[in-house]
Design a protein around this ligand. Structure first.
Ligand SMILES: [Zn+2]
Length: 90
């Protein structure tokens, strides 16, 4: 009886890898909502005046050029959307 040493394929374990934001600002949560449509916010813009605007991935990308032009500091967590999408089709 021979010992089977075939490679063991490890199942795709669901991991909750969260990218660490590059800035010191706190992460966006489920409580943060897009100022435009009310969806979960993945994008935060801090205006030079200190005003913070929250956007979903769609509106964040849509307003990004204008926000950058206005000198806003951007906090982008839209990559979390991509990760969530990819893990669904692992
Ligand atoms: Zn939105």
């Amino acid at each position: 009886m021979q010992v089977c040493c075939a490679r063991v394929e490890e199942p795709a374990v669901e991991t909750t890898i969260r990218p660490v934001p590059t800035d010191a600002a706190p992460s966006l949560t489920l409580m943060d909502r897009c100022d435009s449509c009310g969806a979960q916010a993945f994008f935060r813009a801090t205006m030079p005046s200190g005003t913070q605007l929250l956007f979903c991935g769609h509106h964040g990308n849509a307003h990004r050029p204008a926000l950058v032009a206005a000198g806003a500091a951007l906090h982008d967590e839209t990559d979390r959307l991509t990760i969530a999408r990819e893990s669904g089709f692992g």
